[in-house]
Design a protein around this ligand. Structure first.
Ligand code: IMP
Ligand code: MG
Length: 175
């Protein structure tokens, strides 16, 4: 059997760069005079997060969480586990979760409930990509980069079985 490869490009490199700057501008305005804690969701959000943070003018700190929702397959297992928790307390802080992609929304919904229970001053989400067709739970996503069709996406942090994260664009997995 052939290994899956890189299919059609969904978001080009320059579109990513442009949109990330726009989002950073919006976030900088919204959080002016506040201190933001960015919570990156490992591993996929790392590329988006570091590009976004570089363009933020608001004061900000960074922490990470790792959760497992998918194995190597492209279907949701329905199980969300915390593999790595935050290093800092978020009580009373303005928290922005940075995600690579919201698919069913199950992972994010679990994360939001978990973090909300720790009494942050505010809790919002910034997701690079969403697949509205696949959403199973209704979620307030404050900042969205791009809406994409119901295809498995790879690149710019997104993987399939840990491959393809290093692509500088977002493409469809060609299997
Ligand atoms: P959800 O819980 O179904 O919203 O899935 C969220 C997580 O699944 C994302 O943070 C990704 O890590 C992964 N995921 C969902 N869709 C894709 C995709 O198209 N490509 C790569 N990873 C995906
Ligand atoms: Mg993720």
């Amino acid at each position: 059997m052939d290994e899956p490869g890189v299919g059609e490009i969904l978001v080009q490199r320059d579109e990513l760069a442009h949109r990330v700057r726009e989002l950073a501008g919006e976030i900088s305005r919204d959080y002016e005079n506040r201190e933001l804690l960015l919570v990156g969701v490992l591993k996929g959000a790392v590329f988006f997060l570091s590009d976004l943070m570089r363009h933020l003018e608001a004061e900000c700190e960074l922490d990470f969480m790792a959760v497992s929702s998918y194995g190597s397959s492209t279907d949701h297992s329905g199980v969300v586990r915390i593999l790595k928790d935050l290093d800092v307390s978020i009580e009373g802080r303005d928290v922005l979760i940075v995600e690579d992609i919201v698919d069913s929304g199950l992972t994010l919904s679990y994360l939001m409930r978990t973090l909300q229970a720790r009494n942050p001053a505010s809790l919002e989400v910034c997701a690079l990509l969403t697949k509205p067709e696949r959403r199973k739970v209704d979620l307030p996503i404050r900042y969205v980069g791009f809406e994409i069709p119901n295809r498995f996406a790879i690149g710019y942090g997104l993987d399939h079985a840990e491959r393809f994260r290093n692509l500088p664009f977002v493409a469809v997995l060609d299997d």
